[in-house]
Design a protein around this ligand. Structure first.
Ligand SMILES: Cc1cc2nc3c(=O)[nH]c(=O)nc-3n(C[C@H](O)[C@H](O)[C@H](O)COP(=O)(O)OP(=O)(O)OC[C@H]3O[C@@H](n4cnc5c(N)ncnc54)[C@H](O)[C@@H]3O)c2cc1C
Length: 403
């Protein structure tokens, strides 16, 4: 039996390895880029956050997130770590539960998968972009500019649209639509948020630990705590990625409220700032030693205080205004950055037309899909790659007749 797999990313490689465990199957893995795992090599800022010890069904989204439960249970985090260990990868977990290769290099993950693909019953074709697929009788026919392939079973693992420069494309959605599958609206997720606030550019590159709340028309929409990074266009960093899903999807006012000293109460801050009134520091230095200098200056300005007044001339109500700015700084949001900058696609191929226990299409027998192309996306922190490994291995092992 021949199994065709389109897409040599995380899910496609996992599927190929699982399918090839049946020595009687021949696997053809087709990747349009010059090498497999190109996006994988760029994940986690080049470190590859390959899973998360806390992964569970609640970390996933989509119209029917429960679709992911079976795959995530069968190929759970511990099982995934054992699998990677069997491929020769050493890993290490951070306190947050995020797991990275021990080498701290995403390329290590790509390499162990790449080496494992060197099995007699796997044929890897890179630089092969699949343009068309159809089913003739019991066989699937695959066409690309460089040739054609026929196979008994077909797995679509083309990924999503996010990370366009690293290979994200519409391809998988188009190929599955040709078989009658439907696609939900696609949105960028785990993405930077743009702001109309002119001060953002002056803080470019500044990082801060914060508690961030997204407010829609004044109502709490999402919140998280962690590292924030200011960019030329607005807000970035893990804390923003975590709460970026569907921000600015509706009309109305979208604001990000930042508590830039989440571990310290307003009273403690106020006491410290009042103590500083005994000095003749310029007000631009009021928050020195507490926050990043540039951030401190922007916050005192936003509290309406000129940078040249000495601190000992400040009124108490002005100290209160600075405290309020530190503990609840509002940044107006305009839109998320585009798919280019997003780490994952929210939305995708409708999952109700697939069997969650096999990843096989309910519309076309022998057709499978896995990974980001489906309408499942995970939180920030290794959850999306865990979905790629779990769903890819489930599809591959079922298509290969190993279950
Ligand atoms: C910058 C960045 C950082 C990220 N960091 C993390 C992280 O640290 N942890 C985490 O869990 N997730 C992370 N993600 C998300 C994660 O990388 C993806 O969710 C995951 O790679 C999806 O796996 P996939 O196999 O479905 O798709 P992909 O990994 O995108 O693989 C799909 C493959 O299919 C190929 N392909 C597409 N169409 C065709 C075609 N027609 N013919 C042949 N080949 C085709 C593509 O070239 C690609 O190689 C990150 C994403 C980005 C963009």
């Amino acid at each position: 039996m021949t199994i065709g797999i389109i897409g040599g990313g995380a899910a496609g490689m996992a599927a190929a390895l699982a399918a090839s465990e049946n020595e009687n199957t021949q696997v053809i893995l087709l990747e349009r880029q010059a090498r497999v795992g190109r996006k994988l090599a760029a994940t986690g800022n080049g470190r590859c956050n390959l899973t998360n010890l806390h992964a569970n069904e609640g970390s996933y989204h989509g119209d029917a997130p429960e679709f992911a439960a079976f795959a995530l249970e069968k190929y759970n985090v511990q099982e995934t770590l054992n699998w990677f260990r069997s491929l020769g990868l050493f890993t290490v977990a951070e306190d947050s539960g995020r797991v990275y290769p021990y080498s701290d290099q995403a390329n290590s993950v790509v390499d162990v998968l790449r080496f494992a693909l060197e099995r007699p019953n796997i044929r890897l074709e890179t630089g092969f972009e699949v343009e068309k697929v159809k089913k003739n009788g019991d066989m699937f026919h695959i066409e690309g500019a460089n040739g054609t392939f026929d196979c008994d079973k077909l797995i679509i693992a083309c990924g999503g649209l996010a990370g366009t420069k690293l290979g994200g494309s519409m391809s998988g959605y188009k190929l599955l639509r040709a078989f009658g599958h439907k696609c939900t609206k696609l949105r960028p997720n785990l993405v930077q948020l743009k702001s109309s606030w002119p001060g953002a550019a002056s803080l470019k590159g500044v990082r801060a630990n914060c508690h961030a709340q997204i407010l829609h028309n004044g109502e709490l929409f999402a919140e998280s705590r962690g590292e924030l990074q200011f960019t030329e266009y607005g807000l970035s960093g893990p804390v923003i990625f975590e709460i970026s899903r569907d921000v600015c999807s509706d009309r109305g006012d979208w604001t990000c409220r930042l508590d830039l000293l989440p571990e310290i109460g307003e009273n403690v801050l106020k006491t410290e700032l009042l103590r500083r009134k005994n000095t003749n520091l310029p007000v631009s230095e009021l928050l020195t030693g507490i926050l990043h200098n540039r951030l401190g200056r922007v916050l005192t300005q936003s509290a309406g205080i000129s940078g040249y007044v000495p601190v000992n001339q400040l009124e108490d109500y002005e100290i209160d205004a600075v405290c309020r700015a530190v503990k609840g700084f509002d940044v107006t949001l305009t839109e998320p950055m585009g798919m280019d900058s997003a780490q994952v696609t929210a939305g995708g191929i409708v999952t109700k037309d697939f069997d969650p226990e096999t990843m096989e299409s309910k519309l076309v027998s022998g057709l499978y899909a896995c990974g980001e192309v489906l309408d499942i996306d995970g939180d920030c922190g290794g959850y999306n790659l865990q979905w790629a490994w779990s769903s890819g291995r489930l599809a591959g092992s079922h298509a290969g007749g190993n279950t």
